[in-house]
Design a protein around this ligand. Sequence first.
Ligand code: DOR
Ligand code: ZN
Length: 350
Amino acid sequence: MTKPAPTRLTIRRPDDWHLHLRDGAMLQGVLPHSAAHFGRAIIMPNLVPPVVTGAQAAAYRDRIMAALPEGSTFTPLMTLYLTEDTDPEDVARAHADGLVTAVKLYPAGATTNSASGVRDFDKVRPVLEKMAEIGCPLCVHGEVTDPEVDIFDREAVFIDKVLKPIRKKTPDLRVIMEHVTTQDAVDYVRDTHKNLAATITTHHLIINRNDILVGGIKPHFYCLPVAKRERHRIALVQAATSGDKRFFLGTDSAPHTDANKLQPCGCAGCFTAPNTMSCLAEVFDAAKKLGQLEAFTSLNGPRFYGLPVNEETITLTKGEPVAYPAQVDTGDGPVTVFDPGFPLHWRIEA
Ligand code: DOR
Ligand code: ZN
């Protein structure tokens, strides 16, 4: 006789290892949705202007703490935005003070607010050397920006042209390839045994490029890196549900107002913070891998970052479909919540 499928699951409180919270009214509107389920999150520094110095990270952290709902224990883990002018000593100080958990590398022009990112990777060598020395990890947006490289190939080309050389020159640097979208990235991470991990988003486990383009363009599915072919999505689901310690959740929940998404040139980003855990439970359940959900959301990330796992737990229960709001209202305007395209049966009791 086969065992009945579980309808209740208690796991350590998850963390989000890649999150955009923005600032001001948007921060106020979106933060409660992450804080409701997650213990900690790596906070992306691509504000306008970006969070470049330790002092700016401290001020941003204060604004996040001030926007937290009463009684929340959510902890923002701050990052610095790497530029060609970043001072290695400022990074070292901010890391030693416990203010900054990681540094973020955006190739210039790769995505939203990445204009101050890196053009010449040799210019940031001293910072990367310092980070390797002090054990500060590098979060990487892994896409090349050369106009001649097809957008669907940009991640795979980045691995060969940028990431492999960086890792060869600085093998002690701990690197997180963020929001991987390809079989190529999954294979690269799997073939490496030291100092490399990858985050996977919720939406890249659910959508492929057809979902964005077939039957009319779906701006709310447009994000960067853009979703790839179905075979890549399947590779991501296999990696996420495998229990492999090098893969963990980074939602890349990236809110933009509908006014900014629904444009002739709309912004990139999927806002998944409210329903991410329900979506993930559905994906893991469908793959018959619910037993690996905790590793992906709550164990593998802290292990790679050298942080303790959360002591609190959350419980997920399966039943009638859960309704999430289609939009979240913020002082900047409504933000559409990611629609996975299937009913969500798992409810989160945080
Ligand atoms: O889709 C994305 N949105 N990808 C990124 O890398 C940045 C993000 C944002 O900040 O909106
Ligand atoms: Zn991001």
